[in-house]
Design a protein around this ligand. Sequence first.
Ligand SMILES: [Fe+2]
Length: 202
Amino acid sequence: MDQYVTGTTIKALREKAGMTQLQLADRLGVTDKTISKWETGKGYPDITLLEPIAEIFRVSVTELISGNTVQNANVSSNMLRSGLYVCPICGNVIHSMGDAVIQCHGITLTALEAEPADDLHPISVEKVEDEYYVTVSHQMTKDHYISFMAAVSPDSIRITKLYPEWNAETRFKISGVKKIYFYCNRDGLFYVNCTGRSGKDQ
Ligand SMILES: [Fe+2]
């Protein structure tokens, strides 16, 4: 084990849980002075206390040790609030329904924040029968291209992977789609809202 739980993590979790040092101390059968010692880096909790501490804060022992804690109240709530992650090294695309600690190539990824499609990344969404025909006017060279598109409804996500030299276009079944995302390897994640009305969505 090259890492151990830090005082910063314990303090952050305790405060998040709205507990005093004394309350935590009582639950663990130690004194509040001991908790204070841990939190100020003057001592460490005994290894036998890691599981009880993790249980009190409703995290895993791994999260406690790494300091990367995730608390999802209801992961199944809504796909529209889910996260997209892209590894800057290999371009791996990962979708998560709730908060998560996601690593690829040793990098901890953060959920991408999408911006509305801009002048340099204009998107056209056209209805063709029961599908959206989606086109992004953007170069598709090896260095700079649209690497995927995603259609999100409250209960589903569909991702289309795109590659250099392809056309930046795809089709998605319209049913329930509220948002279409696309990702430029240089400029990041963009979105457009879909109205579901007939004609052209923009
Ligand atoms: Fe771009």
